[in-house]
Design a protein around this ligand. Structure first.
Ligand SMILES: C[S@@+](CC[C@H](N)C(=O)[O-])C[C@H]1O[C@@H](n2cnc3c(N)ncnc32)[C@H](O)[C@@H]1O
Length: 218
């Protein structure tokens, strides 16, 4: 092991103990197990800030109690881990769906401390079966924080049943090649993903771009 690696491992191990944090312990175990270069990007300051912003909205406007949370474009499972560790939220289970087959194993490791409450699936969100909302139960939630990555957003949105509770994020970071569906502002995002009932709509400025978020029922 390099000196630098050993140093960061020591620091993360110490932080996991100090904060009594299964999240930090899972991050450390995952970083040790998987030589995945993009893991740093998935855990960087902007990513974590954006995920905490979503958790805040779910705990506030969203009411905090959910059945199954389906995270589309769930990447390495960081959002799932943040939501499952949040004491303000009561979530039965999280399913993380990503088209990239590299993601599921890393996401499972990132959520190891949540046991059966977490699962990861390799699938295209355009083919994924979205069941109708179940009345009389804790609301199931569909999360898509990768809206800017969808070339045919309208097709995906058309497959979501009416009445489904949704949490969506997009951004105006047009400079990134994979961002094929950015929106210039919050109003454009609202037009792209029209909601019958809006519980939260907001923008958050980062250094290089602005992120937009919508929470509500389709
Ligand atoms: C790089 S991440 C970042 C996206 C977003 N800004 C976030 O923080 O969640 C986008 C993820 O969406 C996934 N993705 C893109 N298109 C998808 C599709 N059609 N179905 C499922 N996952 C998809 C990619 O594989 C990638 O892991």
């Amino acid at each position: 092991m390099h000196d630098a690696e050993e140093r960061y491992r020591d620091i993360l191990e110490g932080l996991a103990v100090y904060f009594a944090s299964p999240f930090v312990a899972d991050v450390l175990a995952t970083a040790s197990r998987f030589a995945e270069p993009d893991l740093g990007g998935a855990l960087n300051r902007n990513q974590i800030t954006s995920k905490l912003w979503l958790a805040d909205a779910l705990a506030g406007a969203g009411g905090g109690r959910f059945g199954t949370v389906t995270v589309l474009g769930g990447w390495f499972g960081v959002l799932a881990a943040i939501l499952l560790a949040d004491r303000r939220l009561a979530i039965d289970s999280v399913v993380s769906v990503d088209i990239d087959p590299r993601c599921a194993a890393v996401a499972r490791s990132m959520n190891a401390s949540h046991g059966q409450r977490f699962s990861a699936v390799t699938a295209d969100m355009l083919d994924y079966p979205y069941p109708d909302p179940r009345p009389g139960t804790a609301p199931d939630l569909v999360v898509n924080t990768a809206c800017e990555h969808l070339p045919d957003f309208a097709s995906w949105y058309g497959r979501i049943p009416r009445g489904q509770l949704l949490a969506l994020q997009s951004n105006d970071y047009f400079a990134v090649a994979e961002h094929v569906n950015c929106v210039p502002d919050l109003e454009a995002f609202r037009r792209q993903a029209p909601l019958a009932e809006t519980l939260f709509a907001g923008s958050r400025r980062h250094k290089k771009y602005t992120r937009f978020m919508l929470l509500g029922r389709k």
